[in-house]
Design a protein around this ligand. Sequence first.
Ligand SMILES: [Zn+2]
Length: 155
Amino acid sequence: MQNDLRDNKWLKERFRYLYQRYFSDIEITNNLIIKFGRPCRTRLGSIKKGRRVENFNSIITINGYFRDLGIPGYVIDAVIAHEFMHYAHGFASPHEQAYATPHKGGVIDYDLKERGLGDILKSEKQWVKENWENYLKQNHTYKSRRKSIFRILFR
Ligand SMILES: [Zn+2]
């Protein structure tokens, strides 16, 4: 996708594309919001329920660093897909909860591979492993602790 501005509108379009290509069998029955959050060292993305109790929103937040065009698009795709699998599994969504815990037995990666996202997932993991720590060194403005990013990297 050619675009030199990664804003929330771009993110929404990216989601729509991925949804149509890989997830169109999964019903979206509430208001699903996807947006960039703050730049963050440890969390690449997250999904949570909005504040409204009745007919709640589901909110997918993507790391604010990913607005940077230096981050490959497939990294963002993989994170969007990961968070949407949580939605499909009934975490922070109206779907029936499919597992006791969100990452039980590697279900997310398993399902993503089943849906044909294996290559994207593999590229993402490789990119993160090879580049993320360095990226943060160059871009993170806070004083960072001498703790390996990979130990605390989760989403
Ligand atoms: Zn997760």
